[in-house]
Write a protein that binds this ligand. Structure first.
Ligand code: BV8
Length: 227
């Protein structure tokens, strides 16, 4: 079966990485406009680098959980495309390959001047210079609000050719990712949501399984691999 999975911050919550909108969510301590927009970076690059340096450190100290690991098993039984909104590398460290990071990655840096892309150092500063063009233009390789998400052509294509679309641990607040279930459903896919609580776009799904991802995802993978 052709399965497309979209993961959000909820799949990494039990690995200890803060989600965005929970009470201890990241956005609670920082305003989206200040740390996750190009305007915020222009205004205060040191603040934005500090925000992503903190998250890069947290991601390195975190471990993949049973939910990340169970997706490996799924990939051996079905034709799986894994899309993530997350910028951590827990899917890769669980062993998943070809993970589509539509909002970028904490462990990558890019140059706003020449577009060069390289493995990010643990700590980035506004005074860093690009290893390719030498300009002081490095930034985290992250898609901020108002910027175009990555790999969208491939994502639309796979959504239009899926038998099953599964959203795991995402609140459905941010577009275009929040529109994926509708798009897949309009193209004939069944849509399933695995979440701690219903997302704001819960009506786009045919089925919901509620609970912590480290429990619900392995259980669902068992069912669908032995169906
Ligand atoms: C775009 C990287 C167009 C950063 C992120 C006005 C101006 C500009 C744009 C807009 C606008 N109005 C609307 C928009 C579009 C905007 C948008 O949707 N805004 C929202 C706020 C309304 N979108 C964009 O700007 C996007 N780009 O539209 O470009 C364009 C077109 C042409 C040319 C140029 C541009 C880009 C958006 C990407 C922003 N970057 N991330 C970073 O990570 O620091 S967004 C970030 O939040 C995540 O990546 C994710 O996408 C998003 C939502 O987070 P979730 O993953 O869902 O996490 P959340 O905390 O919300 O929810 C957690 C869920 O987990 C909950 O459901 C919870 O119940 C569950 N959970 C918790 N614990 C567990 C659990 N589940 C299971 N188990 C558990 N244990």
């Amino acid at each position: 079966m052709r399965i497309t999975i979209l993961t959000g911050a909820g799949i990494s919550a039990e690995s200890g990485l803060a989600t965005f909108r929970a009470s201890d969510g990241l956005w609670e301590n920082h305003s989206i406009m200040d740390v996750a927009t190009p305007e915020g970076f222009t205004k205060d690059p040191a603040l934005v680098h500090a925000f992503y340096n903190m998250r890069r450190k947290a991601a390195l100290e975190a471990q993949p959980n049973a939910a990340h690991l169970s997706l490996l098993r799924l990939a051996t039984h079905h034709d799986l495309t894994l899309v993530t909104q997350n910028v951590d590398d827990l899917h890769e460290r669980a062993g998943s390959r070809d993970v589509i990071h539509m909002h970028g990655a904490l462990n990558r840096a890019c140059c706003a001047a020449c577009g060069h892309n390289w493995p990010a150092p643990m700590v980035m500063h506004p005074k860093d210079s690009c290893p390719a063009c030498g300009k002081p233009s490095p930034r985290p390789d992250i898609v901020w609000f108002g910027e175009m998400p990555l790999h969208m052509e491939r994502i639309w294509d796979v959504l239009e050719n899926s038998d099953l679309f599964v959203a795991i641990g995402t609140s459905g607040n941010v577009y275009p990712a929040a529109g994926f279930a509708q798009h897949a459903g309009r193209n004939g896919a069944k849509c399933l949501e695995l979440n701690l609580e219903a997302s704001v776009n819960a009506d786009d799904f045919d089925q919901q399984i509620l609970g912590p991802a480290s429990m619900t995802v392995p259980g669902w993978v068992d069912d669908i691999c032995h169906a």
